[in-house]
Design a protein around this ligand. Structure first.
Ligand code: HEC
Ligand code: HEC
Ligand code: HEC
Ligand code: HEC
Ligand code: HEC
Ligand code: HEC
Ligand code: HEC
Ligand code: HEC
Ligand code: HEC
Length: 479
């Protein structure tokens, strides 16, 4: 057998069609050869819909095969009797503009995106079969089958050839995409993807149950945080709170904040439009705030991060404590920095971005336990990515470092160094990780061991602890 006929005999129809640009099938043969199960899927897709489906030729039924496969002169030179050459321009004939209620941002945006431009974006198979041949990179067909596919759970939404996250992870497992997100998701703490639930649909915006916890259904999809058609490399590292361009044009929840401790008012923003930037925390608030129905016991992070709280980590706006000594920080941070959720939540591998998975609980980039029991605090812990270990956890540190915290007064015992180093109390004993509506300095009460009450004054404060009587302290320098 010649190489060509061997290929024809062995390769599945799809691969064959794709690898032979000049190969012409008579229309009748083409349509007859079509597997009926496949055609069943087609009828249920957006393309096959008899009312709203593909419509180009007024004299053929809407949503029929003949809208794309024709025997007229237009198709004579094209493979598979397609009326346009089998490349993205076929799709652009009908999908040139942005779909303002959906996720497709239009031809111009897609054409400058990573998935169109990176030569490695070629479907590797095995199911559906690999796309062989040249000029396959960047094609819509790497992620879409214009006829639709079914699996044992029924029609796969959005003309995808496989469900998310299988679709994305077939490439994003290290080959052909360079980094393995699949490996991240296999780590013990991860944003789990539950294949069988399918996509959240783009029109869920007005639905109060969107992403809601109603039993075992709560899950995450790649497309909750990425728009496959609008992913770009950043020319400069992203500046919080504006998300990376890898997260451009995704649905998100904007907040208007009220007084400390209150639930904000929410506004759902559709993926469409370049008018307003995507702020990273707005993506997270789709699922981690009271905009949705959260599982019992989970915190409403839109309440925690309200900048009107007595204190809050600087995610939505700069912190409320502008006088923190610059020497108390490391890695170029200061009291006026703004940080991402992803600066704390993400892979333990610092070269891999995104909160996909980690070997540490709560998907943290460094170890930290949500537990106030005494333990040896090491310089590996999360907080020291930004706060100085010498200031907060080492009584033998330089006086410059020690004096940088107000809670290390000149007189012994030094508040931070004493509690953390000598009493082995972790930061969690006294501090919330996100925000504190009532107390300054992210102080939290009610943990055991921990603080039962706290009273902050400009020159100092008083703590009542579960481990000893009330004690007052004097600040190292004023608040
Ligand atoms: C929106 C345009 C469009 C519509 C409508 C459409 N097709 Fe296709 N068809 C394509 C494209 C594009 C390809 C090339 C696919 C590829 O390269 O993988 C194709 C390929 C094919 C092939 C080659 C084998 C394969 O699956 O790749 C067959 C057979 C086929 N179509 C039959 C049909 C039938 C039957 C219908 C109606 C039930 C239909 N098509 C409707 C665009 C369309
Ligand atoms: C002849 C016009 C036409 C062509 C060509 C065309 N489409 Fe479509 N497409 C449509 C219409 C019409 C819809 C349905 C829109 C709706 O329901 O609002 C649609 C819907 C879709 C959807 C959403 C389907 C769903 O079930 O949710 C995807 C994805 C899509 N097209 C991708 C493609 C790709 C990829 C190509 C190129 C291979 C392509 N289209 C070619 C007209 C076309
Ligand atoms: C890297 C994978 C990928 C590529 C490449 C890709 N898409 Fe998509 N597309 C998706 C996914 C995933 C969805 C569903 C997203 C969702 O539900 O949020 C989607 C949804 C859509 C929709 C759904 C309707 C809408 O507007 O919201 C259209 C239309 C569409 N794509 C068209 C295209 C066209 C045209 C191309 C090529 C120019 C293309 N896509 C390339 C992954 C891809
Ligand atoms: C056909 C293979 C393929 C599929 C399917 C695919 N991607 Fe990609 N994607 C790539 C390649 C190749 C790159 C280029 C950068 C790289 O090598 O990682 C890329 C880049 C990206 C990037 C930017 C990474 C960077 O380094 O700039 C993101 C984010 C991304 N893809 C998300 C997705 C999501 C979400 C899906 C599923 C909806 C998806 N991809 C489906 C191949 C694919
Ligand atoms: C579409 C919904 C959704 C979005 C958007 C989302 N998450 Fe999640 N997140 C979840 C679900 C569901 C879980 C629980 C996973 C599990 O335990 O199976 C989770 C778990 C987590 C956890 C681990 C908590 C724990 O109890 O183990 C962290 C941390 C987290 N998400 C951070 C983020 C950040 C940061 C963002 C924004 C960049 C974000 N999430 C966006 C749904 C979402
Ligand atoms: C300064 C670091 C830091 C930042 C910034 C941060 N987190 Fe956390 N987060 C933590 C730590 C540490 C824990 C675990 C200990 C705890 O629960 O207090 C945690 C726990 C969580 C949990 C699980 C427990 C819970 O409260 O539900 C979720 C979900 C979460 N974070 C999401 C987010 C989101 C979303 C953002 C941004 C809006 C964010 N985090 C910003 C450090 C941070
Ligand atoms: C909870 C939100 C969220 C989910 C879900 C999510 N990502 Fe990401 N992803 C991000 C963020 C945030 C980044 C970091 C962007 C940046 O700063 O460059 C990122 C980065 C990436 C990168 C670039 C990594 C690097 O270091 O080069 C790839 C590739 C990627 N994501 C693919 C995926 C795929 C595939 C899925 C689904 C399996 C997925 N993501 C799910 C939020 C998410
Ligand atoms: C025994 C309780 C306790 C423990 C444990 C504790 N802190 Fe504090 N921390 C405080 C108090 C009280 C203040 C408030 C001082 C004031 O009134 O301004 C504070 C203030 C801070 C501040 C604000 C800036 C400053 O230093 O004045 C930072 C940052 C801080 N702590 C970080 C940490 C870190 C990191 C850890 C763990 C290594 C930690 N703290 C452990 C009680 C504690
Ligand atoms: C990614 C960097 C980063 C990490 C990691 C981080 N912080 Fe912070 N933290 C900051 C910045 C920046 C500020 C100053 C602005 C502000 O108040 O948020 C700050 C301020 C604080 C404050 C003082 C807030 C006030 O209003 O007085 C406390 C307390 C604090 N952090 C505790 C912690 C603890 C405990 C951890 C570990 C769980 C931690 N931080 C991890 C960046 C970080």
């Amino acid at each position: 057998m010649s190489a060509v006929s061997q290929l024809l005999a062995s390769a599945p129809v799809k691969a064959r069609a794709a690898s032979m640009p000049g190969w012409l099938l008579p229309l009748a043969v083409l349509l007859c050869s079509y597997d009926p199960a496949h055609a069943g899927a087609f009828k249920a897709t957006g393309h096959g819909n008899p009312v709203t489906g593909v419509q180009r030729l007024a004299d053929s039924p809407t949503g029929s095969c003949g809208q794309c496969h024709t025997e007229d002169s237009e198709s004579a030179a094209n493979a598979m009797a397609l009326w346009r050459e089998n490349d993205n321009h076929l799709c652009y004939e009908c999908h040139r503009q942005e779909n303002i209620s959906g996720v497709f941002p239009g031809q111009h945006i897609y054409q400058s995106s990573s998935h169109e431009n990176d030569p490695a974006v070629v479907w590797p198979g095995p199911r559906p079969p690999a796309r062989l041949g040249i000029d396959e990179d960047g094609k819509c067909l790497n992620c879409h089958d214009p006829h639709g596919e079914e699996d044992r759970d029924g029609l796969i939404p959005s003309l995808l050839p496989a469900r998310e996250a299988t679709l994305c992870l077939t490439c994003h497992d290290g080959d052909p995409a360079s980094r393995s997100i699949a490996e991240e998701l296999r780590k013990p703490y991860a944003h789990v993807q539950r294949r069988s639930f399918g996509r959240h649909s783009a029109d869920e915006g007005g639905d109060p149950n969107r992403y809601a916890y109603t039993g075992g259904n709560r899950h995450v999809e790649c497309s909750d945080c990425h728009n496959s058609h609008a992913i770009f490399r950043d020319s400069f590292p992203p500046m919080a709170p504006v998300a990376s361009k890898r997260n451009a044009r995704v649905g998100r929840v904007r907040v208007s904040n009220g007084p400390a401790g209150s639930t904000p008012t929410y506004e759902y923003l559709l993926p469409a439009g370049s008018g307003s930037e995507v702020l990273e925390y707005e993506i997270c608030f789709k699922c981690h705030s009271s905009w949705t129905r959260q599982p019992p016991g989970e915190s409403d992070l839109a309440v925690s991060f309200n900048p009107n709280n007595a204190s809050h980590h600087a995610v939505e706006a700069v912190g409320n404590n502008p006088n923190i000594d610059p020497n108390a920080f490391v890695n170029g941070l200061s009291a006026s920095s703004i940080i991402f959720c992803g600066d704390c939540h993400g892979s333990e591998d610092p070269s891999l971005r995104g909160p996909h998975g980690s070997q540490y609980p709560n998907i943290l980039r460094r170890p930290y336990e949500a537990n106030s029991m005494p333990r040896t605090v090491t310089s590996e812990e999360l907080c020291f990515l930004c706060h100085s270990f010498e200031t907060y956890a080492a009584s033998m540190g330089s006086s410059l470092a020690l004096e940088a915290s107000r809670f290390n007064p000149p007189a012994e015992p030094k508040g931070h160094a004493y509690h953390v180093e000598e009493e082995d109390l972790p930061c969690f004993t006294c501090h919330d990780s996100h925000g504190s509506p009532r107390f300054g300095a992210l102080i939290v009460t009610g943990r055991n061991p921990g603080l039962m009450s706290f009273d902050m004054r400009p020159s100092g404060g008083t703590c009542t602890q579960s481990c000893h009587d009330p004690r007052s302290y004097t600040l190292n320098y004023p608040r």
